[in-house]
Structure formats: structure tokens, C-alpha cells
Design a protein around this ligand. Structure first.
Ligand code: 0GY
Length: 293
């Protein structure tokens, strides 16, 4: 099937910003190759193939040391492509899986051995069909004893309805892309304030400050309208923020970012070497490679 979104940038620039030694790209994906790892029949979009070798080449090109490979909806609950990437990473990749309530303990243990450290719950109606909250809570209860966390992806307008569910989760909770704020609204307005309150009142909640290319209305390469939002989260919660490229930028309409320019966005949202080290090294290492701390 032809891809129904843009192909990833064929030749990303070399970033001007040099990431600190040991930096982790904590949100990226692998897709297919479809001939080996077919996409889910229930998927809402069909991506391009984006292989582990291409991901590892990008990691090296951008100056990163490690990856966190996040299961995306186009592969459903079939985690084989992601796990295959972890197994071929020489310990330099960890993963976040999607599972159903009938996943067996043996499968969870095998994924743990491969490097999986979390499950992802996706609440975007354009990406997934509805799963009852009690099913998700049951899954969270199953993965908690493994020391895993839950990654959640939702849109800002759904936070009030999801609040009680998120705050009942028994694990660390990592929010994708700052809960997708409306960046045309004030950074200190009620919408984003609610998200800040979630992190302030719940020390187990973390945020990825990634994906300016999805959130921006002012557009590339500066993504200026996203800066105050990401900067506020980085400076208020410096020990609970993560960043990732989101390569290969699935399901992105409009423009395809140059990954080198995305890396050059980093010093605008983490403005000191100390904040940059926490965001790119200390925090992801604590969550995904705690045994090395
Ligand atoms: C992302 C964003 C998107 C896609 C998915 O799992 C997915 O399919 O997360 C999106 O469409 O906003 O983080 O990869």
C-alpha cells in the first residue's frame, strides 16, 4: 500500500547544536519493513517503512548515543518490529510496547529481557479505537511489578476527563508531547495551567517536550510559538522531562521536519548546559537504564 503521509527527510542536516555526551533520543519509532513486520489491519494510517538500521544511522548522524523506540498505532499490539530493533541495538535502545489485557506473563518477561520498559496508552480518537479504562488499569497493574511505566498520548481538551484515570495509575506516567497544548493560547492560560498542575501535584508524572513540528502553528524551522510551553515545563520540572525526535514522524501532514533542525531547537527550550544534560542524559538514563546510574 502507498504511504498516506509524507516520507521522512532523506538527508537531514548536521545539527549546529552538539548534544551532550550520552544523549538519548527518547521518542522515535521503527516501521516494518512491512514485508517482514506487517502493519496492523486496524491501523488508521499506513506509514513508510522506517527500519532499525535507518534509525541507528540517524542516531549517529545527530550525535545521540541511545534510543527509546515507542510502539506506534500502525503496528497495533504487534511489537515485533520494535523488539527486533531493541535486540539489534547492542543495548543502546529501550522500548515502549502496546499490549492487550490478554498478554501473557511470559510475553511480558520476554519483552523485558529485550529491553521494553513501558506500555503506551493512546487516547487520540483519530489513531485508535476506544479501550475501557478498567482494561487499561488492569494492564498497568500487570506491568507495574516489572518496574515499567505508562506512556500516555492525549490532546489537551481531554485532560479534564482523563485526570482521574491518570492520577490512579500505579506507575510513573510519561505524557507525550506536553499533552498537545493549543499553542495559540497563553502559556499561563487555564488549559496549559491544568497540565502544569498535573505535574506539580503528581511527582510520578513526567513530560516529553518533543514534537514542535506537530504543535506549532507558526511553523518551521523556528517553531517559535512552541518555545514558551516547552521552556516552562523544562524549567519547572527539570528532573521529569524527556525529548525525542519522533522520527520518522508518522502521520504528519503539512511539512516534514529536517531532524538536524529539530536538534537545533533544543537550546531554545533547555537554555543551559545543566538543563540540557538533565533533559537529554540524566532523566532518560534514570527511567530507561537505571542499572547504569
Ligand atoms: C507520535 C504521534 C502520532 C502518532 C502516533 O502511535 C501513533 O501512531 O503516536 C500522531 O499521529 O500524532 O508521537 O508518533
Amino acid at each position: 500500500m502507498d504511504p498516506d503521509w509524507l516520507p521522512f527527510h532523506p538527508n537531514p542536516s548536521k545539527p549546529a547544536f552538539q548534544v551532550p555526551a550520552g544523549a538519548v533520543d527518547a521518542h522515535c519509532h521503527v516501521f516494518g519493513p512491512a514485508a517482514q513486520f506487517p502493519f496492523s489491519p486496524e491501523r488508521k494510517y499506513t506509514p513508510c517503512d522506517a527500519s532499525k538500521d535507518q534509525l541507528f544511522a540517524l542516531r549517529d548522524h545527530l550525535g545521540f548515543s541511545r534510543n527509546v523506540v515507542v510502539q506506534a498505532t500502525c503496528h497495533g499490539n504487534d511489537n515485533r518490529a520494535m523488539v527486533d530493533a531493541l535486540l539489534h541495538s547492542q543495548g543502546r535502545a529501550r522500548g515502549v510496547a502496546s499490549v492487550s489485557r490478554d498478554v501473557t506473563d511470559d510475553v511480558l518477561r520476554a519483552m523485558h529481557a529485550a529491553g521494553v520498559r513501558g506500555v503506551r496508552f493512546n487516547f487520540l480518537k483519530r489513531l485508535v479505537d476506544f479501550t475501557p479504562k478498567e482494561v487499561l488499569l488492569e494492564i498497568a497493574g500487570r506491568i507495574a511489578p516489572l518496574g515499567w511505566h505508562v506512556v500516555v498520548y492525549f490532546e489537551a481538551q481531554d485532560l479534564p476527563e482523563l485526570w482521574d484515570f491518570f492520577t490512579a495509575l500505579p506507575t510513573a506516567v510519561v505524557v507525550d508531547h506536553m499533552g498537545r497544548p493549543d499553542v495559540t493560547k497563553p502559556v499561563d492560560g487555564p488549559g496549559f495551567e491544568l497540565f502544569v498542575r498535573l505535574l506539580r501535584e503528581h511527582p510520578n508524572v513526567w513530560s516529553k517536550v518533543s514534537c514542535p513540528e506537530r504543535l506549532s502553528k507558526s511553523g518551521p524551522p523556528a517553531y517559535d510559538d512552541v518555545v514558551p510551553f516547552a521552556r516552562r515545563i523544562v524549567e519547572t520540572f527539570p528532573d521529569r522531562v524527556l525529548w525525542g525526535t519522533d522520527w520518522p514522524h508518522p502521520n504528519l501532514k503539512g511539512h516534514m521536519p529536517d531532524d538536524g533542525k529539530l536538534v537545533d531547537f533544543l537550546p531554545k527550550i533547555a537554555v543551559t548546559p545543566e538543563l540540557q544534560r538533565r533533559l537529554l542524559v540524566d532523566n532518560p538514563m534514570r527511567l530507561y537504564w537505571p542499572e547504569e546510574n
